[in-house]
Design a protein around this ligand. Structure first.
Ligand SMILES: [Fe+2]
Ligand SMILES: [Fe+2]
Length: 214
């Protein structure tokens, strides 16, 4: 059998053919790596399993942290944002529902840039419009309260005219900024799990591709 690398076989093709696959990769730099090396790692390492949803849910759980002075916890806010989107007829739009649920999961890890935190995680799994919404929601939310801090509530005007401006404005105006009502009939996380599982089942696109994101 010819050496797989000489045939420019891909990792998936080599595994499907059954080998030859090493027990362990032996390269010391990527420059000297072979397809057999990567097949070994893909087949024998257990960390290539997609754990993105599990980790997102762990971060969502952190948003239960008590905030006695706030109308609702950030966890309740997240579920309420998703519920509002769902009841607005977006229940069939998996990307939007996932974005509504997870858009604030970076609040602890990246408190001063939480929108980009979640956007980076979701980028491979959702359409470019939804990635853009998550990435810019912090600024669009500001229209509703930045002035209380002496900030510029019209900061979003910098991107007015962008193809996704209106979608982001609508997401924030109708779902995100309204989702602080303690008496709202919010749906439980379990109701959204099938949606989340579909979204994070596998990446839909390579983030290296040039797409209209920014
Ligand atoms: Fe946010
Ligand atoms: Fe939010």
């Amino acid at each position: 059998m010819a050496v797989a690398a000489e045939r420019h076989m891909t990792v998936d093709e080599l595994i499907a053919e059954g080998g030859p696959i090493k027990a362990k990769a032996t390269f010391r730099s990527f420059d000297e790596s072979t397809v057999e090396d990567f097949a070994a790692m893909q087949l024998h390492n257990d960390d290539t399993r997609n754990q993105v949803l599990e980790l997102c849910l762990e971060h969502l759980e952190k948003l239960k942290h008590p905030q006695p002075a706030s109308p609702v916890t950030r966890y309740e806010h997240s579920l309420q944002t998703a519920t509002r989107a769902w009841r607005d007829g977006r229940d069939g739009d998996d990307d939007i529902i996932a974005a509504a649920l997870l858009h604030d999961i970076g609040d602890f890890f990246s408190p001063h840039n939480h929108a980009e935190f979640c956007a980076a995680i979701m980028k491979p799994y959702v359409r470019p419009e939804v990635y853009w919404i998550v990435k810019h929601h912090e600024m669009f939310q500001g229209y509703h309260f930045f002035h209380h801090f002496g900030g510029n509530r019209n900061a979003r005007d910098k991107v007015r005219g962008h193809p996704h401006f209106e979608a982001c404005r609508q997401f924030c105006d109708d779902y995100d900024q309204t989702a602080f009502d303690p008496s709202f009939d919010t749906m439980p996380l379990e109701a959204f799990m099938p949606t989340l599982q579909r979204v994070f089942e596998k990446p839909k696109r390579e983030v290296y591709d040039k797409v209209q994101d920014d």
